[in-house]
Design a protein around this ligand. Structure first.
Ligand code: EPU
Length: 418
């Protein structure tokens, strides 16, 4: 088991580069199974969730190889269709494979997917969506067997906006007979990015990036090459970290600032000094951070994945802020750990936390609960007086590549020990 040891309050400054987007790369690796031709994907982040999904895809008999950030996926023959439960349980994104597999092979065994412990995370919307496309569903061995003789296009209204359900049904509908209309679809930027590439490979998708997606089924998806878009959550995390810990200018490069408008708004409201370029963000040191309220929403609202880092920043803000997490019901429990470090956070209910600031965090021995709370606690460690030890850093490595090396480039005192 590895851990991070952080000596807090070091002055941070300099430049940090954003990697390829985890939540795009997972979808592209899965979508590659729609095609019998080769997909070559670059700028893929070297993180645990990608390696787990790669292993799961290889276990289906698909040719998948990689060298650093460049992946090649070639599902030349029809893949196997039973997902390995031991791998599927490790990440929620395993459910994405059901779309391409059911469309291409007409059968999937989906063990109940795992992932971050941030809420109940049911899969009812996927099942309802598949059912509307003509898929028969049977519960079996702690999972589901999905079968169809042929997918047929239909109209499906998402009862709740869901990112991966939108992507999964959009992928499946590419090879369905006729037209599929997906209404109340999620609008996250990774969705039009995937749709544009699928269109380059022969799919017929219109409206991705809006709540109304129209897909005309085609008989095959071709091969192609693409570099992943940059990770908007990593960009946002670095920006919050820069406001929280920077003692001079921190420049975040290789990013797409237009993908985090609601974050820039909140950070500026809090008194942060931020300059946005076409592919960079510059954060200048600001002494006085004010408390602001925050409510997470679907894109383009404030991303739930940035809620925990923002909450950590609010511990050093003057005043009282209300952090309202609307998407996941267990995504505020890390606030207990912040209190252990000296914060004053009151949980009003599972969805709302009240942060009273400013407080001085102090180093403690803590455990990373999930990817985003994990990185938020790492930021807390950088802000804290004294030494913080973070255990279970697998939960940070799942989403952030070699984070300690990259933060050392800004002057952080952080090391990984076994
Ligand atoms: N939901 C249902 N039924 C379903 C599917 C979802 O009730 O069948 C509910 C969820 O429980 C949640 C809400 O719908 O309350 C929205 O969840 P969504 O399905 O949009 O989340 P997701 O697709 O599982 C993706 C990201 C998450 C990110 C959320 C919200 C990937 C692989 N994961 O999850 O990212 O937090 O969208 O933006 O794209 C992360 O990167 O650390 C992460 C958790």
């Amino acid at each position: 088991m590895q851990r991070f040891i952080i000596k807090g309050q070091k002055p941070l400054s300099g430049e940090i580069k954003v990697n390829g987007a985890k939540n795009a790369a997972l979808k592209f690796l899965s979508a590659a199974l729609l095609s019998a031709d080769k997909w070559t994907l670059s700028n893929i982040p070297q993180i645990e969730d990608i390696f787990t999904l790669a292993k799961l895809i290889q276990s289906l008999g698909v040719n998948l190889s990689y060298d650093k950030d460049a992946f090649s996926v070639h599902a030349i023959q029809d893949p196997k269709t039973d997902l390995n439960p031991d791998l599927a349980i490790k990440l929620r994104a395993s459910v994405l494979l059901t779309g391409p597999l059911i469309a291409r092979c007409g059968h999937v065994f989906l063990p109940y997917p795992g992932g971050c412990a941030i809420g109940q995370r049911p899969i009812d919307i996927f099942l309802k969506g598949f059912s509307s496309l003509g898929v028969k569903i049977k519960a079996k061995n702690n999972g589901y067997v999905l079968t169809t003789s042929s997918l047929r296009g239909n109209k499906f209204f998402f009862p709740q906006v869901s990112v991966t359900a939108t992507e999964t049904l959009m992928m499946a509908a590419c090879l369905a007979r006729g037209k599929t209309l997906l209404w109340n679809a999620a609008c996250e930027p990774e969705i039009p990015f995937l749709a544009d590439f699928l269109n380059q490979c022969g799919a017929k998708i219109k409206g991705a990036g809006t709540p109304f997606i129209e897909i005309e089924g085609v008989s095959r998806i071709n091969g192609g090459d693409i570099a992943m878009m940059s990770d908007r959550i990593e960009m946002g995390t670095f920006a919050v970290l820069a406001v929280a810990c920077g003692n001079n200018t921190i420049k975040i490069i290789n990013c797409q600032p237009e993908h985090a408008q609601s974050l820039w708004l909140k950070l500026k409201e809090a008194g942060a000094k931020i300059k946005l370029g076409p592919d960079w963000v510059e954060v200048q040191h600001a002494n006085n951070i004010r408390a602001v309220d925050l409510k997470t929403q679907e894109y383009p609202g404030f991303a739930t994945d940035l809620q925990a880092p923002f909450c950590v920043l609010m511990t050093r803000a003057r005043g009282v802020s209300l952090i309202h997490e609307t998407i996941f019901e267990s995504r505020l429990f890390y606030t207990d750990i912040l209190n252990h470090m000296g914060a004053r956070i009151i949980m009003a209910d599972p969805h709302r936390a009240i942060v009273v600031g400013p407080t001085q965090l102090c180093g403690q021995k803590i455990i990373s609960p999930d990817i985003r709370a994990g990185i938020a606690l790492l930021i807390a460690g950088l802000m804290a007086k004294g030494e913080t030890i973070i255990e279970n850093i697998y939960q940070i490595d799942r989403g952030y590549e070699k984070i300690e090396e990259r933060l050392r480039g800004l002057g952080a005192d952080i090391k990984r020990v076994s």
